[in-house]
Design a protein around this ligand. Structure first.
Ligand code: FES
Length: 367
């Protein structure tokens, strides 16, 4: 189960930011080895304050483990021919890392493995970075031949995921006055991307929109909705409209009821608990939005655990190594690890990483 991860304690914030700003696949910086630590150091106090405000750390590991166990239990029931199933967590910027998962898998005698992204919509900055790091970690650990891999690289339209999202939206709408529910604005909010990433052909915006269109078919086409993007940093252009500008605009238009729907996160973490609930909550209040709520994250939802199991079961039944889209490289991509798979279980030839070429820096002036 591949995901970003998050610091579990306040002392873990600095190393988390150091790793985040060192990753040129998510954040290409000029002079990264120098500028990355500099920005991480500067941002640490502010980010620590945010984690302190949500109880002192990220709950993402807790929820991922709960979801993983629920998924494995469901899989044993709905796919007995591939049982027993085990889950391993590989976070990108906080423990457990990819090497922790790989070592444990080797110790447990695993031979067949599915690299399962926990980002429903694909981006080279998230799923791409996690997969690339998984392959690099396998090489570092001398485990590149240890497992036969297939990859679940995206699932933006999986029926179980859409069902879980619709359930969360309906639960969120319940907290609005019954007579105003039908006019409540659904504000689908996803993490933003720098426009340089979008322009090179990243699949993420199209997949976010696909998820939203599909879930609106379940929720009801009469419900008004908007799509916006949160969490941009620095002066470079980012994919918009931004969530904060959209909230201001809705306030100006006299919208009094807004339900924010985090469409790209599978459990609570800093972007839901602090950015949406606290920062955007205060902004909404200031611009006159009377009822500003957030649809609950999937966290311990049994519907979502079953959805994860169904995603994996369908993948195993399909015999696919990865989606057809995973083979498509972005325009101008020179990253040797992108779209490679070590020891694929089925079909695809093994793709050997090529020599690395430094990508053009796109975050000049960040922070
Ligand atoms: Fe998209 Fe390499 S950055 S394939």
């Amino acid at each position: 189960m591949l995901n970003l991860g998050g610091p579990e304690t306040l002392d873990a914030v600095r190393p988390f930011l150091m790793r985040l700003f060192a990753d040129h696949e998510i954040m290409p910086l000029p002079f990264q080895r120098w500028l990355g630590p500099f920005i991480a150091e500067r941002r640490t106090p502010k980010v620590r304050e945010r984690y302190a405000a949500i109880g002192g750390g990220s709950p993402i590991l807790h929820w991922t483990r709960l979801q993983g166990q629920g998924m494995a239990d469901w899989l044993d029931r709905i796919s007995p021919e591939t049982a027993p199933h085990r889950f391993y967590v590989a976070f990108r910027y906080t423990p457990p890392f990819a090497e922790d998962a790989l070592r444990q898998m080797a110790a447990d005698g695993v031979r067949r493995a599915v690299a399962f992204t926990q980002y429903p919509q694909f981006s080279c900055t998230t799923t791409g970075s996690s997969l690339n790091e998984l392959w690099r970690a396998a090489e570092r650990e001398g485990l590149e031949d240890a497992f036969h891999w297939s990859v679940i690289d995206r699932w933006p339209l999986h029926p179980g995921f859409l069902q879980s999202l619709a359930e969360s939206i309906r639960a969120g709408l319940e907290s609005f006055p019954a007579e105003e529910r039908g006019q409540t604005m659904l504000l689908f909010s996803a993490h933003s991307l720098p426009m340089s990433v979008v322009k090179r052909g990243d699949a993420y915006p199209a997949e976010i929109e696909a998820t939203v269109q599909a879930v609106m078919g379940l929720v009801g086409r009469q419900q008004p909705y908007r799509i916006c993007y949160q969490s941009s940093v620095g002066p470079v252009p980012w994919l918009g409209p931004s969530t904060d500008d959209t909230i201001r605009e809705l306030g100006k238009q006299g919208q009094r009821n807004v339900l924010v729907v985090p469409v790209a996160f599978t459990s609570d973490h800093i972007e839901t608990l602090h950015e949406i609930d606290i920062e955007y909550g205060e902004l909404a209040h200031a611009v006159g939005i009377r009822n500003f709520k957030r649809a609950p994250a999937f966290n311990g939802s049994p519907t979502f655990q079953r959805a994860l199991a169904e995603v994996v079961a369908a993948h195993l039944r399909s015999g696919e190594t990865c989606s057809a889209q995973y083979g498509q490289r972005c325009k101008g991509c020179s990253n040797p690890y992108c779209q490679t798979i070590l020891q694929p279980a089925m079909g695809l030839p093994q793709v050997a990483p090529q020599e690395e070429v430094q990508e053009e820096a796109t975050y000049a002036g960040l922070d």
